[in-house]
Design a protein around this ligand. Sequence first.
Ligand SMILES: [Zn+2]
Length: 512
Amino acid sequence: MVAEVRTVAFQGMDVLDIDVQVQIASGLPAFSIVGLADKAVAESKERVRAALHALGLSMPPKRLTVNLAPADVAKEGSHYDLPIALGLLAAMEIIPKEELAECLVLGELSLDGRIREVSGVLPAAMHANGHDLGLICPLPCANEARWAGDLEILAADGLLPLINHFKGTQTIADYKALPKDSANDEQASPERYPDMAQIKGQENAKRALEIAAVGGHNLLMVGPPGAGKSMMAAALPGILPDLTAKESLDVSMIHSLVGALPEGGLLRKRPYRDPHHSASQPALIGGGQKVKPGEISLAHNGVLFLDELPEFQRATLESLRQPLENGQTLVARANMHATYPAEFQLIAAMNPCRCGYMGDADQECTRAPKCGQDYQNKISGPFMDRMDIQIEVPAVSLADITSARPSEDSAIIKQRVIAARDIQYARSEDYFNGAQILNCRLSTAQIEQICILDEPSRKMVNDYAEKTKMSARGYYRVLRVARSIADLYGDADIHLKKQYVAEALSYRRRFV
Ligand SMILES: [Zn+2]
């Protein structure tokens, strides 16, 4: 007797069809799982056995073989428990086989027969919907699945209700509810991002932050402890436009893969990730024991903040270079590799020197300038090159703190950012076949088309490049930032004025 149940495997953002084939044959009692399964899948056996036992069902004293096909796709995770259990129940003729043919199944079993939540339900549901299949999933994941569209969703919290449903003694209705839209609770708590108005002084840094927001540029802040660098980074998502529906879905799919979606909701706010400097390379880039997205992918369409930049392992920072260029990350392992999207905006902060006080008027660094040189040399040239905007964030003066001058709040700045982005999108649609391209993602060929310099500006950039040994990559990064400055002024002309270029150059100063 052979029964088949459909489930999926995840490879990067790709969802692959997996057939769970369960055979019961005569022979010595045995239970084996074959088909490139990892440890968590191999352990399914014990969970399935215990879950059936908890329901008073014993395994037939025969030869049970579970094959996960195709065999050349690596299977990871615990979501195979439920398809294996249902396949077994069908093979034992406890539930009818035909009922399972039109559904994708995923879920983990606990020893008492309950169905526990698993990661990846949203991408699996999207896949099911695209193939006209229904979905059988754990109850806590049902809301997440519902975002995939109007597919049939059978959500159960235990194996018993599912068995009863298939035997016709109890009906589980198609899951409908979408009550918990995370957008709602977010609107109720707008203070999740610090407001720019709370940041006293630092007018230069705020200006730089606004330009970074306009074009999605990477930003490095250098300044003593307590200058408010972290607070400014945390305020950035609050001046970025809201996620579009598509961006929200893309981001939610990635978070679903690591089981990090808020219960029942899509992510509606721009991601803001601030991993600690002790974070490992796999944690940041993706991969590790299991092939899964890292911080840079969880920050997709949002902000990645790296505080104390020189304290990160050098190799970890270097591995960020590729994703910073092409907006995706490749996680390679012996038996599979996976690509995850990683279009994030990098905001980094560091002290000017190891002790933190170099250049401070009140507390002088005793080992300057070597203290600072050694510290800043921990960041490689090519990495530094990718920081489009580099600014000094000085200590806040008492005058700033006590100043009664009102600061602009995030909502006002956000409107300017949105207006400047509208200019970018309108222009890139005109020039590049309707594509909406953010300034930070313009290719060099595209820059040549829409960031045109006059002779004096060109000479200014060339002189600067010669003096500071700026690379070609640095040259194009300056033009991208100058483009954003023009857009912020509402100047859509493809010819860049000298003042924009000069301001962009001022953000590439070196600190030692
Ligand atoms: Zn120092």
